[in-house]
Design a protein. Structure first.
Length: 280
């Protein structure tokens, strides 16, 4: 007698919208692994418009915080897909998690990785702005950025600074994955040319270029592109209030010092990935 399928947990049943969705829950074939405040949410929202993509809306943090729960737990979070569809998840902290490359490789050496990068100085300010909105009494950006400002000693232990040292983090990934399996999205171009950047993402994922100029309009208030209609409702869809915050004003001299600090890392990053992001 054939084995009965595992009974779905009540949580899964509750999560299933209406009649049972066809398809199977699969481990993701593609993961947006980074970087925080780079534009990862936009990439996820844009790519999930594609009929051949199903994406997990929340960040599961499996390969950094929840690894001990096991792959079956991870799989249970995934949306159901048909054979023709790709499962995608995003957790931007993976990029800076030492164990993440090995853990993902152990799940599947064929996993496609997407990294959304952005000028590390602007990224740090954006990161700080986000933290400030939650904890208004933190020290100044300047105070956190430097161990000694007059000597120009940058504090690389501060996460907001450390994340932008892309060349350093990339080395861990290249021990497990070839560059051909990692696609870098420019956070800047995602704003100025969303269709062009998403075209490259679709090519990388091996799916038809369905998402094109027709899908986007530029929202002047927000200062970035929005989808004309979303997957679910058919209504225009912009990223939430937490996106596109007005950045804190930072002393131009501080910005200059940080640009100098990041320059060698940026150059090494461009050389490694064979792509100039023009952050200089």
């Amino acid at each position: 007698r054939p084995q009965r399928r595992r009974q779905e947990t009540s949580a899964e049943v509750a999560a299933a919208p209406g009649p049972a969705r066809p398809g199977t829950k699969r481990l993701p074939q593609a993961i947006v692994v980074g970087v925080k405040k780079g534009g990862t949410r936009a990439v996820l929202e844009f790519i999930r418009v594609h009929p051949d993509v199903r994406a997990l809306g929340t960040e599961p943090h499996f390969f950094d915080r929840n690894y001990d729960r096991g792959l079956e737990w991870y799989r249970s979070l995934m949306p159901r897909t048909l054979d023709s569809q790709i499962t995608v998840e995003k957790t931007p902290s993976y990029f800076v998690t030492k164990e993440a490359p090995r853990r993902i490789f152990n799940m599947s050496r064929d996993t496609k990785l997407i990294v959304v990068v952005r000028n590390p100085v602007t990224r740090a300010i954006s990161d700080y702005t986000q933290t400030l909105s939650k904890k208004p009494d933190i020290p100044t950006f300047e105070g956190l950025s430097f161990r000694n400002r007059s000597l120009g000693l940058v504090d690389t232990s501060w996460n907001a600074i450390r994340i932008g040292m892309y060349a350093v983090h990339l080395e861990s990934w290249l021990q497990y994955f070839p560059l051909s399996q990692i696609h870098f999205v420019s956070g800047e171009k995602l704003i100025t040319d969303p269709a062009g950047e998403m075209g490259k993402v679709q090519d990388f994922l091996g799916i038809k270029r369905v998402i094109t100029d027709k899908h986007f309009y530029f929202n002047k208030t927000k200062g970035f592109p929005c989808l004309k209609k979303s997957e679910s409702s058919g209504l225009p869809r912009c990223l939430g209030k937490s996106k596109g915050r007005t950045h804190v004003q930072i002393d131009p001299e501080v910005i200059e010092q940080l640009r100098d600090f990041y320059r060698p890392y940026n150059i090494k990053f461009y050389e490694t990935v064979g792509q100039d992001f023009r952050w200089e």
